[in-house]
Every structure is written in structure tokens, then in C-alpha cells.
Design a protein around this ligand. Sequence first.
Ligand SMILES: Cc1cc2nc3c(=O)[nH]c(=O)nc-3n(C[C@H](O)[C@H](O)[C@H](O)COP(=O)(O)OP(=O)(O)OC[C@H]3O[C@@H](n4cnc5c(N)ncnc54)[C@H](O)[C@@H]3O)c2cc1C
Length: 462
Amino acid sequence: MTQHFAVLGGGILGMTLALRLTQQGHKVTLIEGRQNLGGLADAWKIGDCTWDRHYHVTLMSDLHAREVLREIGLDDEMQWVETKTGFFTDNQMHSMSNTVEFLKFPPLRLIDKLRLGGTIFYAARVTNWKKLESISVGDWLTKLSGQRTFEKMWLPLLRCKLGECWRETSAAFIWATIARMYAARRTGLKKEMFGYCRGGYANILEQFTKKLKSQGVEIQCNAMVRGVRTTIDGRLTVQFAEHDRVFDQVVSTLPTPVMSRLCPELNANEKQLFDGVRYHGIVCASVLLKKSLSPYYVTNITDAGYPFTAVIEMTSLVDKQELDGNALVYLPRYVTPNDEMFEKSDAEIEHEFIAGLQRMHPSLSLADVKAFRVSRVRHVFALPTLGYSDRLPPTVTSVPGLYSLNSAHIVNGTLNVNETIKLANDFVATLRDWEVGCKPDCWCHTETRKISDEMLYPVFAE
Ligand SMILES: Cc1cc2nc3c(=O)[nH]c(=O)nc-3n(C[C@H](O)[C@H](O)[C@H](O)COP(=O)(O)OP(=O)(O)OC[C@H]3O[C@@H](n4cnc5c(N)ncnc54)[C@H](O)[C@@H]3O)c2cc1C
């Protein structure tokens, strides 16, 4: 039976949900608070160039993402490149892009390197990720790699992504990160390649939006949702600043604490689960430069005292012609949602970050910097704390017709577009199964819909 769905949040998850729901014959309105679709994957202007607000690559093994790219006519526009990785350690840049370089890497002794290599080899072959959720990432890595390698290599890398929250993070986090990098080999490809689409996410979002419109999706941007409530006749009202709209079903892709705030009718148990997810945010600078800094796509920083946690040189992957011959570098800093970094002005961040970059690359002068922009996002990913999947917030809520799906539901993977699209695909497939398995009206009419306790808990904890 055709239902009118509101999908809250016009990021990749909301866009994919809208696409799949219309493909199931439903009517869909996609609602986004900002002026354009894309969320974390949107594009913006840096100087006179347009590129992604946050650095994005696609892996060859990202089959769900590539299927969407094919559907919107862009899979042939993908450019696949072998990239290099650098490490900035003991005030020196080291290339770590192949086994020989790894074996030569001076900061570690041979025995440390063997243990480090062994850890990665072993982690890539672990299949029972659930067991790793009960072990702290620090304990697991120290046991496998040894104390010295943990302190010299793993700890700085964990701090880069998780700050001091690494202490509460489970080993499933590092397992998922390593597993993603090895996914290509598991799917039979010889090596992992990084890819980008010509024109970047601006192109992807434009084609995706066209596809959604051609499928009849109604897109409402600049529409910040203020609340969701049930109506007397059992439908759902989505509240905006100046008006309300009524829908049959609502799927929210908003971060769980936002969802908890917007839906007063969620029960106490649900609110506790929604509010219990601990997010990490990001302050990420894009820097347009006259010249390249290094051949590395990622430079991991293991030395202390830098204001950013890595250097991502996008134009070591992307053809510089895409950026009018300039180099594009991202300087991310992952932080908790209430970190003082969020209060700093763009000018303060620019001053600190450029000074840090000049310390790493003394030949960089201020005249080389053509443009600098800062993105701030408080809710980027849910921290995979110990036992995380046992406390997942529900996907099907106790409010009839209201669903909540977002990156907090990625339990055995890292945050990326491929996992995001998989969430949407799985969710819509589950809804379709319910439709087929139930009497046609059993989940459409509130009076007859019964939500069991199991349904209040996540459908996707694989
Ligand atoms: C720095 C960085 C680097 C990344 N690199 C990669 C990469 O290399 N490869 C990769 O595959 N993935 C990468 N990702 C991850 C990728 O961006 C995400 O997986 C994906 O964009 C998540 O989409 P989403 O729709 O779940 O969330 P979001 O993009 O956060 O979408 C949520 C949407 O909801 C909207 N919203 C929030 N509140 C309201 C409200 N009250 N009313 C209406 N709308 C609202 C927001 O504006 C937003 O558009 C990266 C992410 C970051 C931050």
C-alpha cells in the first residue's frame, strides 16, 4: 500500500532512503535543514574552486556505493588511483606505502615491525567482531603489537581519531578500520585503489538530486525540523518554524541526541538509548595552495603538538586540473561535540593550522595559501565504546510509524558512504519484507499496528 514517507535529513543516507522508498512505490518527501542536500558529503567553494567540504574517497570494494553511482550514471566517471601514505614521526616525513618502506621505517625496531605487521595480518582475518567489542582497543593492540609499538604508533593514531576517548573504545574500532582497507582483497581484487568521481561530490549530488526528482521525490531544503508528533488520527506531524506537515510514516536520519530532543513521545527507555550514544565531531579545514606539499594522500602524524590530526592531500589523488591547477589539502581535527575548538573563530584556526603546517613543511610560505575554509560538525560518528552494539538505539520506535536510522547503527564497520548506503538498502528491504509478510494494512494503520519488544531493538545488529 502506498504510503507518504517523510525522510528527515538530506545526507547520503536520506537521499538513498528516498530513492529506495520511491522504488518500492511509496511517495517520499525528503526534508533537509540546510540549503542543499549532501550533509557531510556536500561540496563547497574554496577560493574559485568547488570541491568536497570533507575529504572523500571511494574504494573499489565499495560495492553498495558504486551501485548507486551506476544508477545515477556516474560509475564510468570514477577515476581510480594508487595512492601513497606518509608518516610524520620524530619530526621527519617517512613514506609507508609498501612493504619495503615499512621494513625500512626507522622509528621501529625490526621486532616491532614484525609484530605490527602481524597485528594487521591477524586483524584482517578476524571474523568474530562481536568478541572484540568487549576488549579495550588499548589492551588488544598492546597484546598483539607490544608496549613499544603501541605507544610509538598505535596510540598517536588512536588519539588522532578519538582523542582521550580511545580509553573507552573497543577493539572492534581498529578491526573495522583494518577490515575496510583489506576489503578489496577479500572481494578478489589484487589491491585496493582509491577513487573519486570527476567533478567530486558536487557532481554526484547534482546527478543524485536529478535522479530523485525524476523518480518523483519531493525535495524540501532550508526546512529545519523542530519536532515530530503523532496526530489524533495516528499519522505523524513534522513541525517546522512556520508550518507543520502531516505524513503517514517518518524515517529520521538525524543524529540520535537530536532525534531524542525532537520527539517528546519517545519512551524513557528509548530516550536513554538515544541520549546514550556518544558522538565525536570534527573541525576540518580545507586549504587551497599554489603548490603541492607531498606525494602522500594521507600523512599520519605521530608527533605530539600539532593542532590537526593528519594531513590529507586530496590532489595527490585528484587531478589538479579539477582545482584549476592548485593543490587541495585538508587538515582535520576530531573532537568531542563540546570541545573548545568549536568556539574558535576561522581566523584563529587558520593562524594555528597554517603555523602547524609550516612546521611540518618549512618551505611553505603564507603567499602559497590561496584560500582557507573551516567546516565544523558536532555529530559525525558514534564512538564504538565497549559493548556498543548491546546498547544500540532502536530503529523502529514506540511511536507508531516513526523510524530512526543513522550512522550510529553501523555496528561492524567504519563511517563511510558505502556503509551508509548499505544501511538504507537493508532498512528498505526490511520494510518491504514486513509489507509482504504482514496483512497489507497491519503496519500502515496505527490502531492495528502492534510493535513488539523485539521490534523496538535494532533490526540490523548482524
Ligand atoms: C571528514 C570526513 C571524511 C570522510 N571521508 C569519507 C571517505 O573518504 N569515504 C567515505 O565513503 N565516507 C567518508 N566520510 C563519511 C561520509 O561522509 C558519511 O558516511 C555520510 O556522508 C553520512 O551521511 P548521513 O546521511 O548518514 O549523515 P549526514 O551527512 O550527517 O546527514 C544528516 C543530514 O541531516 C540534516 N539535519 C540535521 N538536523 C536536521 C534537522 N533538525 N532538520 C532537517 N535536517 C537536519 C543535516 O543538515 C544533514 O544534511 C567522511 C566523513 C567526514 C566527516
